[in-house]
Design a protein around this ligand. Structure first.
Ligand SMILES: [Zn+2]
Ligand SMILES: [Zn+2]
Length: 342
């Protein structure tokens, strides 16, 4: 049985949760099925391309008495496999165009999975001090992407500020970089509903993942060896949270889990959680400069080896916030970055 949410029903929106095989995701991913003006349907997120994901989406459509062939437009909130994985299959059935923010196009088209960008990514992890084991794990992850998704050949740009008109409501596309560089939410100002996908989740804090979209820029000291990625996940994420905090939201329809309200206390808890984590990182740096890879297991002593990428991303995110605040600096030492208290 599909969940019923009165706040969404009145907008002509149904939520179809599809299972995702990663616990870190925070539960099944939501596909929002929206009545289009003049008939047909739009999707906000397209689920995952696994057999279980496909079965759940098809079962949801059957229960609604609808067909994937009726889909007219597919909007992808951000370039993660649990949100775009089934877009290609839906497109093949329906002929619907796929829209996403340009900064996430390379994820959805898989241009970022080509040899050269993957190699650049791995070399970046090396500069963070990552062990060889993580490098091979990243290559394996890339090779396994086709278990969960298929690439979309042509992705149309979804421009921030655009108003999307549906049968019973309209929503503005709002850019909330952080969790990914091109993440967008949909904001229905009239009904005060925010479709937040992975920007705001009730049960888990969205991971600020290392992302080289946009390339590298010169370091603060102008040293050519100290370039850093343009996208600084946690710095941007916290900035986007501050923007969302100001919206008069009554209902948040997230990317995983049931809709909820109370975004202000949620964001405040999240912000103070990260502030405490930054203090912890700063405390660990009191003893002397460290690489991000050395810091990660100190911040997360109970992490398992397969979580190394997540904890490294999380620690780097906090280091970049501290760097942004001028409380630490990064220096290049033997080709690897070390972070130091000022
Ligand atoms: Zn995501
Ligand atoms: Zn997700």
């Amino acid at each position: 049985m599909l969940p019923t949410v009165p706040g969404l029903e009145r907008l002509g929106v149904k939520r179809v949760p599809v299972p995702v095989p990663f616990i870190e995701a925070g539960g099944p991913a939501n596909v929002y099925v929206i009545e289009e003006d003049g008939g047909g349907l739009a999707l906000f997120d397209a689920g995952i391309g696994t057999a279980d994901g496909e079965a759940a989406l098809l079962a949801g459509f059957r229960e609604l008495g609808r067909d994937l062939k009726e889909v007219r437009r597919i909007f992808v909130s951000h370039g993660h496999i649990d949100h775009y994985g089934y877009a290609r299959a839906t497109q093949e059935l329906s002929g619907a165009p796929v829209f996403a923010h340009p900064r996430d196009h390379d994820k959805i088209t898989w241009r970022n999975l080509r040899d050269e960008p993957v190699e650049r990514y791995v070399q970046y992890l090396v500069r963070l001090g990552a062990p060889a084991e993580l490098q091979s794990r990243i290559r394996e992850m890339v090779a396994r992407t086709d278990r969960y998704a298929r690439p979309v050949e042509n992705v149309e740009p979804l421009t921030p500020g655009t108003t999307l008109k549906f049968a019973r409501f309209q929503a503005e596309v709002v850019h909330m970089p952080g969790h990914t560089p091109g993440l967008v939410c949909l904001w229905d100002q009239e009904h005060k509903v925010l479709f937040s996908d992975d920007h705001l989740l009730e049960a888990v804090s969205p991971n600020p993942l290392i992302d080289l979209e946009g390339g590298l820029e010169a370091g603060l000291d102008g040293d050519p060896g100290s370039e850093r990625p343009r996208h600084r996940a946690l710095v941007e994420y916290l900035r986007s949270c501050a923007k969302v905090r100001e919206l008069p939201i009554e209902l948040v329809a997230p990317g995983h889990g049931a809709p909820f309200s109370g975004h202000v206390p949620l964001i405040d808890r999240l912000t103070s959680f990260y502030t405490r984590r930054q203090e912890k990182v700063l405390g660990l740096l009191a003893e002397g400069a460290l690489t991000a890879a050395k810091l990660a297991p100190l911040v997360f002593p109970r992490a398992r080896p397969h979580q190394l990428f997540l904890i490294l991303s999380e620690v780097l995110g906090n280091l970049e916030v501290l760097e942004d605040q001028g409380r630490i600096v990064r220096r290049v030492r033997e080709g690897v970055w070390v972070f130091e208290k000022v």
